[in-house]
Write a protein that binds this ligand. Structure first.
Ligand code: HGY
Ligand code: MN
Ligand code: MN
Length: 423
């Protein structure tokens, strides 16, 4: 009998209890969750997670980027570590499932393996990666963990340098030490994440398990149009240099670029600020944030070029200056074929219908996939809604997802020497 033949399942009551307690941390009156990185609610969730790890008799680990893990040794000398995880931070007024579910499911699997006394060929670790949502940097924890984080990225983080310094100091961390969180990737056997789909495909196809094949690349920019502040009632309508026109025209143009040239891609202007921001003064500065996403490497590069060219031609059209700040990007990645196969087999064993899905949302799995064999399992998001208090996944799907996660770990443990060479 191989390990995967063992009909091991998670403990659904314990899993649900954890999920319900965590769902209260950072909850607001409209059923939303706000746990931006290092906010008081996020700190509370981190403390709670640490306590659960210790209660379970697992080793607790943390690093210079604030990543927190529970660790279960397999007992073999120099054994590598198989990592499960996701993130406990959330967007402001987001949902309960995004990130949290994967962390809780990972914890439950470590507890289940521990109490069963199952001998795996690798150590198991469940990790909560810091700031996946990018309140401060975006993927700060997984970037630091893999050594992908650079000093340059820390100079102009997307949440601002001051916010980063303040946030880190709340958790007793420093900018100086962030790069020390780097883990030796040779010691990591693989990474597997369970997450809600945040899209409608499973629902539309009446399937329960999404096997992620690719994760879209994401790029972040801050653009500022520069005009001239003047009296709104007297400066000529023809000749005023109104920075708001640049931002407005670009917002529409970004959408057109995607719809007309890159129909499989996405863009978002999620923030605009006018200065001085008064009723009766022509805006002299309009700052906006731009994010765009593509799962195809070449297309991703072409969007960069199109967006930048368009932002400049709009500045010219309205006689404005422009500042373009590139705030970073996450390359599109493909996920490991052996992992995908074993997710499929695990789902089949549990009589669940699975289908391949390309992820349009970013995940820590995206960072990990460039370094170690990586897999990502999706479960149903009702109506595909996420980053919203309306985010919802029936509990049965959460249990199914956690059982597929466990089954995949067991199946991969049999194949360990097969996937260890490949990314
Ligand atoms: O923004 C994203 O794609 C993710 O939810 N972090
Ligand atoms: Mn999210
Ligand atoms: Mn997430």
């Amino acid at each position: 009998m191989t390990i995967a033949d063992i009909n091991l399942k998670i403990n659904p009551e314990r899993f649900r209890k954890d999920f319900n307690v965590l769902s209260q941390i950072g909850a607001d009156s409209q059923n939303g969750i706000s746990r931006p990185a290092f906010s008081p609610a996020h700190q509370e969730a981190r403390n709670w997670f640490r306590a659960r790890i210790l209660d379970a008799g697992l080793q607790f680990k943390t690093d210079e980027a604030g990543n927190q893990s529970g660790f279960l040794e397999c007992g073999l000398n120099n054994a590598p570590t198989f990592l499960l995880g996701s993130h406990l931070d959330s967007v402001i007024h987001g949902g309960k499932y995004d990130g949290a579910l994967g962390v809780i499911a990972g914890l439950e699997i470590l507890r289940r393996v521990k109490e069963t006394g199952l001998a795996l060929p690798f150590n198991l670790e469940v990790i909560d990666f810091t700031d996946e949502e990018g309140t401060l940097v975006s993927f700060l924890g997984s970037f630091a963990f893999t050594g992908k984080l650079t000093r340059k990225q820390l100079q102009n983080p997307r949440g601002g340098k001051e916010a980063l310094e303040v946030g880190l100091s709340k958790a007793g961390l420093t900018m100086e030490n962030l790069l020390k969180a780097r883990r030796d990737m040779q010691t990591i056997a693989g990474y597997l994440e369970l997450h809600i789909e945040q899209g409608p495909l499973l629902e539309q196809n009446n399937a329960q398990i999404g096997i992620v094949d690719r994760i879209s690349g994401i790029a972040f920019y801050r653009l500022s149009y520069l005009g001239k502040a003047e009296h709104a009632g007297t400066a000529s309508m023809q000749n005023r240099r109104d920075a708001a026109l640049g931002a407005s025209a670009f917002t529409l143009a970004a959408r057109e670029i995607i719809l007309e040239q890159f129909p499989d891609c996405y863009s978002n202007v999620g923030y605009v600020k006018y200065q001085p921001g008064l009723f009766n003064v022509v805006p002299e500065k309009a700052t906006l944030t731009l994010e765009f996403r593509s799962a195809d490497k070449k297309e991703f590069r072409r969007i960069h070029t199109e967006m930048i060219n368009k932002s400049k031609s709009i500045a010219k059209k309205f006689n404005l200056g422009i500042e373009i700040e590139f705030l970073g990007e996450r390359e599109p990645v493909e996920l490991n074929a052996t992992f995908r196969k074993e997710i499929h087999n695990g789902a089949q064993l549990l009589n669940l219908k699975s289908m391949p899905i390309t992820s349009r949302a970013g995940h820590d799995a995206q960072t990990m996939a460039s370094f170690v064999p990586t897999g990502l399992i999706f479960i149903h998001s009702v109506k595909g809604i996420s980053h919203s208090p309306e985010e919802f996944t029936p509990w049965e799907d959460c249990i199914n997802g956690a059982n597929v996660l466990l089954q995949t770990v067991l199946r991969l443990s049999n194949k360990y020497t097969d996937f260890d060479e490949k990314k």
